[in-house]
Design a protein around this ligand. Sequence first.
Ligand code: ADP
Ligand code: ADP
Length: 228
Amino acid sequence: MIEFSHVFKSYGRGLNALADASFQVDAGEFVYVSGPSGAGKSTLLKLVAGLVPASRGRIQVNGQDLGKLTGRARPYLRRAVGVILQDTHLLNDRSAFENVMLPLIVTGHEPALAQTRARAAIEKVGLAGKETRRPVELSGGDQQRLAIARAIVNRPALLIADEPTANLDHASAKRIIEVFRDFNRVGVTMLIATHDRALLAEHTHRVLHVENGRVRNEPGQLAARARE
Ligand code: ADP
Ligand code: ADP
């Protein structure tokens, strides 16, 4: 699903935010990207999402070489990858339901089907009954759920989330991760950046550890051992 081959990324003339990164994520995996703040986690996710270009190296996502994307492949990739960034970019002049509808309208879905899908997505993340609220009228945890609903409404094969539990207490964070695990169970590949050690210790999952722009593969068992 994801393949990095000797990828470097520097912003402007700065140091490498990511240096010589090579790794692979298979379809159906649930992978955490860990590491201290400033390590390069967001950069890694943005590269996968095609939001920033690599300075060197090759990135393949969902069978496409991101360096050689044609105009026609771009919207296809955008649909295949759901992205939840740190700034959720929810629209506060619209209802929760309208926020979830938006990606479907943009991709030209028929309104009746879009409504059915948006309703299903809202139900899936546990926001049923809050459709008419505006994002500002929701708690931090519910805003995060809304961002997830919007990211999955197009049924992406890959879901990327950058610190999705950053401003949440541990109980809310656990519930968000449960939502992600549910998607993973139905086959969605998950890539989640977090520096929350408690969260990493919660489940046994593969971890890509980033430090000073270097990516290190850690077997899933390490996440479990951190608990002991
Ligand atoms: P993390 O997500 O682990 O906190 P980032 O990927 O955001 O790390 O940042 C990695 C490095 O790249 C940091 O040194 C950061 O200052 C730098 N960086 C990130 N984004 C930019 C940018 N748009 N312009 C310049 N430097 C950036
Ligand atoms: P329905 O076909 O009735 O919409 P599904 O059980 O197929 O219901 O999916 C329920 C909801 O889960 C979808 O409406 C969609 O919002 C969300 N979803 C997002 N991505 C996926 C995915 N890759 N696989 C399954 N469901 C997904």
